[in-house]
Design a protein around this ligand. Structure first.
Ligand code: ATR
Length: 294
């Protein structure tokens, strides 16, 4: 029998709490990073029922977990159990990464950081002075809108199926960061104009995600053009109808796989203090795509 020496009495722990967690690829990503760097760390998925979150967080603290990720549906709920959330995470209304320092828990949001890093890596373009459309006003949209406002975009045109949620999101950003968000209705002529004059279009909704692959969140495919960068946070399918329509019009398109990857990289950097080089990151990203067969 081959003796597995991966986990010993000294191994430190990382985890993921959420429900469900079975589909998550974070264990593969983080355990591969630890193997690559020779860190004696193991990352385990932990399915948690809502009424047990407090007890579980307490247990993770007592068990001296180095840190943990939080996924759907607890990214907001977790915040009340954290000792110190970053200002940015508070504005985003969500925490997906927690670091445990001597029994004190620090909450971060690396989702939007993942978005920003993947956007920069895949487009080579920065955000300062750009005009952006964000479709959707849920948790992901909020994190991205906060990040983009902080990174100096000129304007965010926000549309959502439920307009009231878009107005609430706009208020958070406009009142706390900068006055950059304007809310539109999908069918407004002014939205069509905002769409056309925007440099970056981002879908944050689940519309178009497998198995709903023939659907798109905007029925304005003729409004895409070749000077736009179009980003879909969805990565399954690899190219949504939204991205296909944009590509046909000559736009540069990016899917959400990089966001998923870089939110994990940013979390790992927070837990371990390690900083990956650009070269390492592109190699690791290539392997990560292989794990996912993408
Ligand atoms: P997440 O954390 O992934 O952002 P969420 O907070 O549930 O998830 O937000 C989902 C977003 O997708 C919302 O903007 C939602 O629109 P509503 O605010 O109107 O619910 C949007 N969305 C989901 N399904 C949709 C659909 N079939 N058509 C249009 N928008 C949809």
């Amino acid at each position: 029998m081959k003796i597995d020496v991966r986990v010993t009495g000294k191994t430190k722990l990382l985890g993921l709490i959420g429900n469900p967690v079975e589909h998550s690829i974070s264990p593969q990503l983080h355990n591969s990073l630890s193997s690559l760097l020779g860190h004696d760390l193991v990352y385990v998925p932990l399915k948690v029922e809502k009424q047990n979150i407090g007890a579980v967080v307490n247990a993770l603290k007592r068990l001296e977990f180095v840190g943990f990720n939080v996924t759907v549906p607890y990214k907001r709920e977790i915040m009340k159990y954290i000792d110190e959330n970053t200002k940015e995470a508070i504005l985003m209304g969500a925490v997906n990464t927690v670091k445990n320092i001597d029994g004190r828990l620090f909450g971060y949001n690396t989702d939007a950081e993942g978005f920003a890093r993947s956007f920069k890596e895949e487009s080579g373009v920065g955000f300062a002075g750009k005009k952006v459309v964000i479709i959707g006003a849920g948790g992901v949209a909020r994190s991205i809108a906060v990040k983009l406002a902080k990174k100096g975009v000129e304007k965010i045109s926000l549309v959502n199926r439920t307009p009231l949620k878009a107005v609430e999101l706009a208020d958070v950003v406009n009142e706390n960061i900068r006055e950059v968000v304007q809310v539109y209705n999908f069918n407004d002529k002014t939205f069509m104009m905002a769409f056309e004059e925007s440099d970056i279009i981002i879908n944050t909704t689940s519309v178009g995600m497998f198995p709903d692959v023939n659907n798109t969140p905007v029925k304005v495919k003729n409004r895409f053009h070749k000077n736009q960068i179009v980003y879909d946070v969805i990565y399954n399918p690899v190219k949504t109808k939204f991205l296909k329509d944009a590509e046909k019009a000559g736009a540069k398109v990016i899917n959400g796989l990089g966001m998923l990857f870089y939110q994990g990289i940013s979390a790992y950097e927070i837990w371990t203090g390690v900083k990956f080089s650009e070269e390492d990151l592109s190699k690791i990203f290539a392997s990560f795509k292989k794990i996912l067969k993408m």
